[in-house]
Write a protein that binds this ligand. Structure first.
Ligand SMILES: [Zn+2]
Length: 189
């Protein structure tokens, strides 16, 4: 083959790879698309409560108000809590919504503690990656409640996502029919 033919073929393969990647990326972001009329740019700036009342079952945790969650996620949270109550499972919202600013402060604290951004990023997500900032994630405590959500939440659209975060659940209406995706090792990869 001439050099020209080889170059053209390489270019075609690269173009195909780019198109495939873009397609996968846009499908991925669609899974977390906001509710119609609710711009994500605004939602990510909505703060959540800084803290809440002590969790009645385990005072190491708090029970925050679910303020700031995306509208459909808030409805789903109320349905989850109701279902748990019907089963006499007390469940606390240890952490829910965070704004970009709140997540950034947590990240900056971690950078100070660990001494380097790269190290901090292993433990705390930067704001653009956090599902708490997007308003679709909740941290449920105590452990017994998290166990119950892991076993029963999927029917209401709640799935555990990470092996190292037993308490962290994300809402996606697609989970109800498709089931929960396989657990990832951690949020920070
Ligand atoms: Zn979480």
């Amino acid at each position: 083959m001439t050099r020209l033919v080889v170059s053209v073929m390489v270019a075609l393969v690269l173009a195909l790879a780019v198109v495939t990647t873009l397609g996968a990326t846009s499908r991925l972001s669609l899974a977390h698309e906001k509710v119609a009329g609710q711009a994500e740019a605004v939602l990510v700036e909505v703060p959540g409560p800084e803290t809440g009342s002590p969790c009645p079952l385990d005072a190491r945790y708090v029970d925050e108000q679910p303020n700031g969650l995306r509208a459909d996620v808030l409805d789903a949270w109320h349905r989850l809590r109701e279902a748990a109550r019907n089963r006499q499972v007390p469940l606390c919202l240890n952490d829910g919504k965070r704004s970009i600013g709140q997540q950034q402060r947590e990240f900056d604290d971690a950078v100070r503690r660990f001494g380097a951004r790269e190290l901090a990023a292993k433990y705390v997500l930067p704001p653009e990656k956090s599902m708490h900032v997007k308003g679709i994630a909740v941290d449920v405590q105590p452990y017994a409640a998290a166990d119950w959500v892991e076993r029963n939440g999927r029917a209401l659209g709640w799935c555990r996502r990470y092996q190292n975060e037993k308490w962290h659940f994300e809402y996606d209406p697609g989970y109800v029919t498709a089931g929960c995706p396989p657990l990832l090792p951690s949020a920070t990869g």
